[in-house]
Design a protein around this ligand. Structure first.
Ligand code: 13P
Length: 253
């Protein structure tokens, strides 16, 4: 099954206008392998200037969150229509930081996936286990419990338009990357879990790995059979490093 390689930058609550300028200049000038797509997800205030700066045909804009409602009295929130006006194509949903710090449940995340899909945007649905869950061999149960509400609410067909990002919480920002073998085994589980419902949809779902990906480990991770790219935090804030990750990624899956 031929799938694209997707490299997505999650800047989290970092970056500034200078980074927008430098990153977009460097990315616009980049030779990116065919079948590789690069997505940059800055904080909301920078979407507009990044949108104006992007000229590369394989470069897309993503948001880090969206509200589950279309509009209304939700102070501080951002709607999918607003994101669309800024040429956003992707929305990161259910990141472990939002689950842990802002108490987003898998049910809420499923509602957000629905709203984002209805708006014609592509969700990047993040799932992942904590260290204690990994050690106590709960990883598969946790991942299934994060995927199931989306299946229940939207059905397997929704996964034709969803990117799944597997981000083990213990690997985020810690420098502790899952080994390529461990990441591959978990990605294989995720694909097999979806394949129980529909094999052909499961075979097409892009599965990204996230958690301390950098220019030294990215290619080995992305070479695994069920790993279709990465969701990159810290290393996506360093222009040279992110450029290396994008320019050396091969769309070979
Ligand atoms: P790091 O790459 O900094 O570990 O962050 C991963 C992440 O959370 C991306 O969404």
């Amino acid at each position: 099954m031929k799938r694209k390689t997707i490299i997505a930058a999650n800047w989290k609550m970092n970056g500034n206008l200078a980074l927008v300028k430098e990153m977009s200049q460097q990315l616009n000038a980049l030779q990116i392998s065919d079948n590789v797509e690069v997505i940059v997800c800055p904080s909301f205030p920078y979407l507009s200037s990044l949108s104006d700066s992007i000229t590369h045909g394989q470069l897309y804009l993503g948001a880090q969150n969206a509200n589950e409602h279309d509009k209304g009295a939700y102070t501080g929130e951002v709607s999918t229509d607003m994101l669309k006006e800024l040429s956003v194509k992707y929305v990161v949903l259910g990141h472990s930081e939002r689950r842990a710090l802002y108490k987003e449940t898998s049910t809420l995340v499923a509602h957000k996936v629905k709203t984002v899909l209805e708006a014609g945007l592509t969700p990047i649905l993040c799932i992942g286990e904590s260290e204690i869950e990994r050690v106590s061999e709960q990883t598969e149960t946790v991942l299934a419990s994060q995927l199931q509400p989306v299946l229940d609410e939207l059905g397997i067909e929704a996964f034709e338009k969803i990117i799944v990002a597997y981000e083990p919480v213990w690997a985020i920002g810690t420098g502790k990357t899952a080994s390529p073998e461990m990441a591959q085994a978990t990605h294989h589980f995720i694909r097999a879990f979806l394949a129980q419902v529909n094999e052909s949809v499961a075979a097409k779902v892009p599965l990204l790995y996230g958690g301390s990906v950098n220019a030294s480990n990215s290619n080995e991770l992305f070479a695994q059979a069920d790993i279709d790219g990465g969701l990159i935090g810290g290393a996506s804030l360093k222009v040279d490093e992110f450029i290396t990750i994008c320019s050396t990624a091969k769309g070979l899956n």
